[in-house]
Design a protein around this ligand. Structure first.
Ligand code: BG6
Length: 480
């Protein structure tokens, strides 16, 4: 393994999302958010896709976000552990419904604002830079009830107001911002990505791309606000990345791979280059989509492009036009990939491909020529606590060391990367499955899928390993 030394100012750290850690889901005036309507268990997938039976929690279902890992009350203890590992950055998100519980109040909720003030102060006290996502799968439920969420243009000024409120409030504390987490998720899990719900007979594509336009304009307005209010900050977009490989060199497969990548690049092309790409216009025409745009929108998009490309990388993806091959889909992958015979998979069926990380980073950099920020990467796995209270997660170290090594290669390829915040540095609720047993952390949390447990934090084997990685600036990846 190479001993590449990462740049001195490289932001090593971890990444979290409000709804997956905070709990306290109605505390201190917080309003209900769409993520609070996703139960663990069988109903979850359909709800995430937009087939939502009710806009209030269902009787008899367990909602993991409601308590999560109680970060809302325990963040000081958790941040102290992150500091012990040497974190330079922690990515968190602000829950929109803590700030504007229904999305439409005239004044923000002071208790919600104060929580994040305290959180950022605690991070800065330890020399950890907050990296803040404005929307990580969070929309106040009232806006779904009243407007149908992002399908409506009404959300644009409401989001801008929320963004301006937090940018202004935290302008002296937060210098790294991000607009929408995994903005391309809107196409795969529309309720998660944009609070969209559907009825029988809806033109789903039309609704999705109209909502996408609204999010893209809102994202550009947040970029504008950030540049106006905090001139020394940077603000990026966030893509659920992972390039598509064609299953064979048949040009049909290659072309399909390109189209699949473009489904995701579509968003970043607009956010980074400032206009809809030609292939999107053709896609709208071919599918009979008519996207309502207001006269000033093109200028807003053009004049307010992002400073960096944030992305998550867990897996590469593979696509085929051969109906026989398509029968072998990998399970658990929201992005619908056929199984790649060269690669192993995680316990949840997610393909493991460190080289794909280098490929994806190079492709993103070639395409956008902007700095990249790796804001999610990691292995969801089942961990076991031994009777001595230890957790040996060597498999996680193995996954991370191979990915970090490839990230080092990408930097040597000429790709500019600002930092690396691995996903879930402490165990958190899984976004896709709602489980606790799908763990990513360096720190174990005693809580199970049913919400039982003491919430005690335990350092895993990977804790000391990541500390060593950060201390050596990525040069010492060896598992001791
Ligand atoms: C990303 C999300 O999709 O992947 C996170 O931004 C999520 O919110 C992460 O938790 C890992 O996915 P999962 O389903 O294993 O939690």
């Amino acid at each position: 393994m190479s001993n590449f030394v990462f740049p001195e100012n490289f932001l090593w750290g971890g990444a979290l999302a409000a709804n997956q850690v905070e709990g306290a889901y109605l505390e201190d005036g917080k309003g209900l958010s769409v993520v609070d309507l996703m139960p663990a268990g069988e109903k979850r997938r359909d709800i995430m896709k937009g087939y939502v039976p009710s806009l209030t929690p269902l009787e008899g279902e367990f909602y993991p976000s409601h308590g999560a890992i109680d970060f809302y009350h325990r963040y000081k203890e958790d941040i102290a552990l992150f500091a012990e590992m040497g974190f330079k950055a922690l990515r968190v998100s602000i829950a929109w419904a803590r700030i504007y519980p229904t999305g439409e109040e005239a004044a923000p909720n002071e208790a919600g604002l104060k929580f994040y003030d305290d959180l950022f102060d605690e991070l800065l006290k330890h020399g950890i830079q907050p990296v803040v996502t404005l929307a990580h799968f969070d929309v106040p439920v009232s806006l779904v009830e009243k407007y149908g969420s992002w399908r409506s243009r009404e959300l644009v000024p409401l989001f801008e107001k929320y963004a301006r409120t937090v940018l202004e409030r935290y302008k002296n504390k937060v210098k790294y911002w991000m607009t929408f987490n995994e903005i391309n998720m809107l196409l795969h899990l529309p309720f998660v990505g944009a609070g969209l719900t559907f009825q029988e007979g809806d033109n789903v594509k039309q609704i999705q791309y109209q909502a996408a336009h609204h999010q893209l304009v809102a994202s550009a307005l947040a970029v504008k606000a950030c540049h106006e209010l905090i001139p020394d900050a940077i603000i990026g977009c966030m893509l659920a990345a992972g390039s598509f490989y064609p299953y064979t060199c048949n040009p049909e497969d290659v072309f399909q791979g390109m189209e699949k990548d473009r489904e995701s690049y579509f968003f970043i092309d607009v956010q980074s280059r400032g206009e809809y790409p030609g292939y999107a216009k053709r896609f709208f025409k071919d599918h009979g989509l008519n996207i309502a745009m207001e006269p000033g929108d093109a200028d807003i998009l053009k004049n307010n492009t992002v400073d960096y490309i944030g992305f998550s990388y867990y897996s590469s993806r593979t696509t085929s036009t051969d109906p026989e091959v398509v029968k072998k889909m990998t399970s658990g992958n929201v992005f619908g990939s056929v199984s790649n015979p060269y690669l192993a998979k995680s316990e949840w069926g997610w393909t493991i491909d460190p080289k794909g990380f280098r490929i994806t980073a190079n492709q993103l950099h070639d395409r956008y020529q902007k700095p990249l920020f790796v804001v999610e990467n990691g292995l969801g796995a089942v961990d076991t606590v031994t009777p001595d209270g230890e957790v040996d997660d060597s498999y996680r170290i193995d996954y991370l060391q191979r990915h970090i090594a490839e990230m080092g290669e990408a930097i040597q390829d000429g790709v500019e990367i600002i930092g690396y915040t691995s996903w879930g540095p402490i165990d958190i609720v899984s976004a896709s499955s709602g489980e606790m047993k799908k763990r990513y952390g360096y720190i174990y949390v005693d809580r199970d899928n049913e919400g039982q447990g003491t919430l005690k934090r335990i350092k895993k084997k990977s804790f000391d390993w990541y500390k060593q990685v950060i201390a050596s600036r990525g040069a010492d990846l060896e598992q001791k």
